[in-house]
Design a protein around this ligand. Structure first.
Ligand SMILES: [Zn+2]
Ligand SMILES: [Zn+2]
Length: 393
């Protein structure tokens, strides 16, 4: 008989060996569907292409419907880890820990099924494709997974926090993410005759600098925001003044009003700088994900449950746990109350010390049973009415 812990680790390592990028998680989804069916869930596949939902009713009667979610996709990264379960797919790697999320999700789903007689209500277990910037969560919402759902919970293994700890904060927890592309159009010409040109490189440089003044001088210092220009492309030759320049970047914020205001302010800056230098511009701005905002009562329920499992001193609820990183679980929390939390997976001794999306990213596997315990018990506490009555269990 294989123990739950052995199954957890074996599943996570198997998925790690066989990573699949967004909307291509066919093997992963197949494994999840089979395990859910075996456990007694009614399974619907092919939602948002490779996504699936397992539904299970508790044996103790009617009650609320709780959505639990695990994301399944890997990243287009060439793995540089040296353990014996490295990716077998060139250029593809589970560098964010979503392999762990699927393994944890299946273990929680199986526990809930085994204890089905003791709880009331309904669990909808969502295995979501394409979290990494491809909009998998929104697709699943559009295809109806939130119908009848009263609350949602999810987690991320988190390398900033040590293994054996949990991070959970009420309110905005992870930032919104938007991307922009600015094309500056000047007038190209000879490098020796600048007076006959409008230099797109010079204009774009002014824009990069002026954009930094938005966070530094327009946004309230206590409201976090980030404007990053990540790419700058212009020109081809040393003696030619470039006609066009393209900037690409990302914008992060917690506050919904800021999410509205930032693109307006960015356009004002671009417009003003271009007018001053006689250039024209095109601005593309796209909101990828809303902020992930935790409901206070659901958060308190998760915090209390985590404290019972790992101890009060190992649960971090200070604002410093929050991140300007984004997570498309925000799409669920925009529509139903819920809680998203971090399970620490850092362990310098086992080499689990690299950031997410790094080619050497790894997790401390001792974090897996912690995640299963916290998520399962928090789910049961919610189904027992904990978040509504405020008594926690
Ligand atoms: Zn990621
Ligand atoms: Zn992730």
């Amino acid at each position: 008989m294989t123990s739950e812990l052995e199954t957890l680790i074996r599943t996570r390592r198997d998925l790690h060996r066989h990573p699949e990028i967004g909307f291509q998680e066919h093997r992963t989804a197949g494994i999840a569907a089979e395990r859910l069916r075996t456990a007694g869930y009614e399974v619907r596949t092919g939602i948002a292409e490779t996504g699936l939902v397992g539904t299970l009713h508790g044996g103790a009667g009617d009650g609320p419907t709780l959505l639990l979610r695990a994301d399944m996709d890997a990243l287009p990264i060439q793995e540089e880890c040296t353990h014996d379960f490295v990716s077998t797919v060139g250029g593809t790697m589970h560098a964010c820990g979503h392999d762990a999320h699927v393994a944890i999700g299946l273990a929680v789903a199986e526990r809930l099924a085994a204890g089905r007689g003791g709880w009331r209500g309904t669990v909808k277990y969502v295995f979501q494709p394409a979290e990494e910037g491809l909009g998998g969560a929104l697709r699943m919402v559009e295809e109806g997974v939130l119908e009848g759902v009263d609350a949602a919970m999810g987690l991320h293994v988190w390398t900033t926090l040590p293994s054996g700890t949990v991070g959970v904060v009420a309110g905005p927890f992870m930032a919104s993410a938007a991307e922009f592309r600015i094309t500056v159009r000047g007038k190209g010409g000879h490098g020796a005759s600048p007076h006959e040109t409008v230099d797109a490189v010079l204009v774009a440089c002014q824009i990069v600098v002026a954009l930094q003044s938005i966070v530094a001088r327009n946004i309230h210092p206590l409201h976090p925001a980030v404007v990053t220009v990540g790419a700058f492309h212009a020109g081809n030759a040393f003696n030619v003044i470039a006609e066009t320049a393209t900037l690409k970047g990302t914008v992060r914020a917690f506050d919904p009003e800021l999410c509205e205001e930032l693109p307006r302010r960015i356009e004002q800056v671009v417009q003003g700088v271009c007018a001053a230098f006689g250039a024209e511009y095109e601005l593309y701005y796209h909101r990828n994900t809303p902020p992930t905002v935790n409901d206070p009562r659901m958060t308190e329920l998760v915090r209390r449950t985590a404290a019972e499992i790992v101890g009060e001193e190992r649960v971090h609820s200070d604002p410093g746990v929050r991140t300007m990183g984004a997570e498309d679980f925000g799409e669920f929390l925009l529509r139903v109350p819920g809680c998203y939390f971090f399970v620490g997976c850092r362990n310098e001794e086992t080499g689990a010390a690299y950031p997410h999306h790094n080619p050497r990213f790894d997790i401390c596997e001792n974090s897996l049973p912690v995640a299963v315990d916290v998520l399962e018990r928090a789910a049961l506490a919610y189904l027992a009415g904990g978040a509504l009555t405020g008594d926690g269990r």
